[in-house]
Design a protein around this ligand. Structure first.
Ligand SMILES: Cc1cc2nc3c(=O)[nH]c(=O)nc-3n(C[C@H](O)[C@H](O)[C@H](O)COP(=O)(O)OP(=O)(O)OC[C@H]3O[C@@H](n4cnc5c(N)ncnc54)[C@H](O)[C@@H]3O)c2cc1C
Length: 638
């Protein structure tokens, strides 16, 4: 079953009435158009959020050359930090929903392969990234929008307000909803502030805005849907006092067309509080906003078959918690090649070296079948020929070319061991750990490999330069130098180094809100999976520091990562795997049956036998030659 088949089907039922504003209708339409992500593991936002789901299908028409601005979050579904930030961003979108006539709040999932091109074009270097793109925006070299470096809702709001007010709007923006952000001056009066306003505007609210504040801008944006009102900013003290504003007690006032001024004291020095004060004041005068936005109700229906398959996978994984699954290893490789690498715009210098190293290791220790091995080998050769720079686009094109030439490559299409109990949990980052553990073990079992650091170094370079979870990459690098990754003495210690490092991450993330409740972060392996790994029984339940039996841990890791024992549950094309698995199996059987010493003794014995056979042959031949005078040839014929 494909990702699309497993994807949650959604039915969107639009209730209520449409609204009067043109931009509002378009925004509603954008929210309405949102379709379910193409993969059930993808997408942190759904139809119930006020976040416009952007993708390659609608990005340009929604963000470029519009008469509104856009706040766009570039995120990766599998990045823990993005997941943690998602509720905050939903809150931001909810709060800024009333700003929609001039700015929309959207998000694009860079973990979705289809969006590679957009994420690459916008040179997103870390996740999540928030960018503001103004009205009329077109990307160009060195202009991919303006970064909002904050994850605090109030600060995001304030930064966004600053960007919107700074727009040098001309009539070409053609947005009649854009507020008048110009300051009221001491020359203004109760009549000049109504000049040029439509007769619908019965009131002007003046908001005192101290330096470095965006209170007035925010208030104006929060009240866009009140056609009877215009909000203006005042910073000049003389002008403020003219309109009965006292910055210490009454920070805003409302002026009507008759010239009456009423000052107000908002409860808090925030945009929401100022706008609420004005709303209440207008409400008392029976002034109402534009008709309420249409209520959108969504009903998500999940096809029974898909639910059943998900349930069956979870049951399988719960039965065999420590298994390594072929499907997860393949999904990791697929995501790395199709998504993580191609979305990097320029791959040069250290990055290029990291990619070459990573592909070298992947080519040697991957779990794919014959076609996959061929593809990886050719891909590595292609990348190795670059010594200056390669672009993500070139990489993507070559990958596509090779895959269509050598297809089918993958035997499965879904996560199994890394399936989360609900969408967005676990997935790629789980499979990436799994792949690296697998590769450290394959390297340890491979006699030709002499460099103890080959997999760890490739992993370090990959995580630093390509892993889309920026926070994870930073933590990992700090941990790697603290745990002295470059001093790991041999390949078996490399297996254990990664195991211990992963356990440190598990410990740090245990109880975190990104944790899947059905798969709590434990010190791995659990005592149930490997009792010999624990020198002191019961130490996990007693919360004591675990006294590991590292020899037992090593053989446990070698066992679960033995290609012979890697589970093929969920694999649809087993035929693709036979050749490789058999090859690996034979290789491993030889190395597991005989120790190094056995092998050397065997070689000696073999050499000795050959020498003995040569000597015996010579003796025999010599004797045969001596017998010839008696009338036989070598075959005994007379
Ligand atoms: C290099 C790296 C760094 C990361 N750093 C962060 C971070 O800083 N913050 C953050 O929020 N998320 C981070 N993540 C993601 C996080 O570690 C998990 O991958 C994610 O939360 C999904 O967890 P999971 O429950 O699926 O299990 P994972 O921790 O992903 O483990 C996957 C599987 O590996 C096996 N396993 C678990 N522990 C071990 C071990 N010690 N040795 C061998 N096998 C083991 C288990 O079978 C498990 O199901 C990082 C991921 C990677 C690859």
């Amino acid at each position: 079953m494909s990702g699309a088949q497993l994807a949650i089907l959604t039915v969107i039922v639009l209730l209520g009435t449409a609204t009067a504003g043109v931009p509002l209708q378009r925004y509603e339409a954008l929210l309405k158009q949102q379709s379910a992500p193409t993969d059930d593991q993808l997408g942190l936002y759904d139809e119930n959020d006020k976040v416009v789901q952007l993708s390659v299908a609608n990005f340009n028409e929604t963000v470029l050359e519009q008469n509104h601005g856009s706040l766009v979050e570039f995120y990766n579904t599998y990045c823990g930090h993005c997941r943690r930030f998602a509720p905050t961003y939903k809150q931001v979108a909810e709060q800024l929903y009333s700003w929609q006539d001039v700015v929309i709040v959207g998000a694009i999932d860079c973990a979705a392969e289809e969006n590679n091109g957009i994420c690459r074009t916008y040179e997103v270097m870390g996740y999540p990234t928030l960018r503001y793109m103004g009205p009329g925006f077109q990307p160009s070299v060195k202009n991919y929008g303006q970064d909002l470096k904050s994850q605090d809702p109030a600060e995001i709001r304030s930064l966004l307000a600053g960007f919107l007010a700074a727009e040098n709007l001309t009539s070409s923006t053609n947005n009649t909803y854009w507020p008048n952000f110009h300051h009221v001056t001491e020359n203004d009066s109760t009549s000049t502030i109504f000049e040029g306003l439509s007769s619908l505007r019965e009131f002007v609210a003046l908001v005192y805005e101290p330096e470095n504040s965006t209170l007035g801008i925010e208030t104006a944006l929060f009240l866009l849907q009140w056609p009877a009102l215009q909000v203006r900013r005042v910073s000049d003290l003389t002008a403020a006092s003219k309109f009965k504003i006292d910055p210490t007690s009454h920070q805003l006032s409302i002026v009507d067309r008759k010239g009456d001024i009423t000052p107000y004291a908002p409860a808090e020095q925030t945009g929401p509080s100022y706008s609420e004060t004005i709303r209440l004041a207008l409400g008392k005068k029976n002034i109402t906003p534009r008709p309420e936005k249409a209520e959108i109700q969504h009903a998500a229906v999940t096809a029974n078959g898909e639910k059943a398959e998900h349930k069956a996978i979870l049951e399988e994984v719960h039965r065999n918690k420590h298994f390594v699954y072929q499907a997860d290893l393949e999904q990791a490789i697929r995501t790395v090649l199709h998504n993580e690498v191609p979305k990097v715009n320029e791959i040069g210098g250290e990055r290029l070296l990291a990619l070459q190293r990573f592909l070298g290791v992947l080519q040697r220790y991957n779990p794919l079948g014959h076609n996959g091995n061929q593809m990886l080998s050719k891909l590595k050769d292609y990348v190795v020929q670059f010594n200056q720079e390669l672009t993500g686009k070139q990489f993507e094109q070559e990958l596509q070319r090779l895959e269509s030439q050598l297809s089918p490559i993958y035997s499965s299409t879904h996560f199994v061991g890394c399936t989360g109990s609900s969408p967005n949990l676990r997935g790629f980052s789980c499979s990436l750990w799994t792949l690296f553990h697998f590769m450290t073990v394959q390297a340890a079992e491979n006699e030709d490999s002499l460099d103890p650091l080959e997999v760890l170094q490739a992993m370090h370079g990959y995580i630093k330069n390509f892993f889309g979870c920026t926070e994870c990459a930073d933590h990992f690098q700090a941990m790697a130098s603290r745990r002295k990754i470059w001093s790991v003495p041999n390949k078996e210690e490399a297996v254990l180094w990664l195991w211990a490092a992963h356990n440190e991450v598990n410990q740090r993330l245990a109880g975190d809100n990104t944790e899947d409740p059905q798969f709590p972060k434990i010190q791995f392996p659990s005592e149930k999976s490997c009792s010999q790994c624990y020198r002191t029984p019961g130490s996990t339940s007693d919360k004591m520091e675990i006294n590991w039996n590292k020899d037992a841990v090593l053989s446990f890791l070698k066992n679960i990562n033995n290609p012979q024992f890697v589970s093929r549950y969920g694999v649809q094309r087993e035929d693709l795997l036979h050749a490789t698995a058999e090859k690996m199996r034979q290789k491993r059987q030889i190395s597991s049956v005989f120790s190094d010493m056995d092998m050397r003794m065997g070689m000696l014995l073999y050499a000795f036998c050959i020498v003995m056979m040569v000597v015996a042959f010579k003796l025999f031949a010599f004797k045969g030659y001596r017998k010839k005078p008696y009338g036989h040839d070598l075959l005994g014929k007379v």
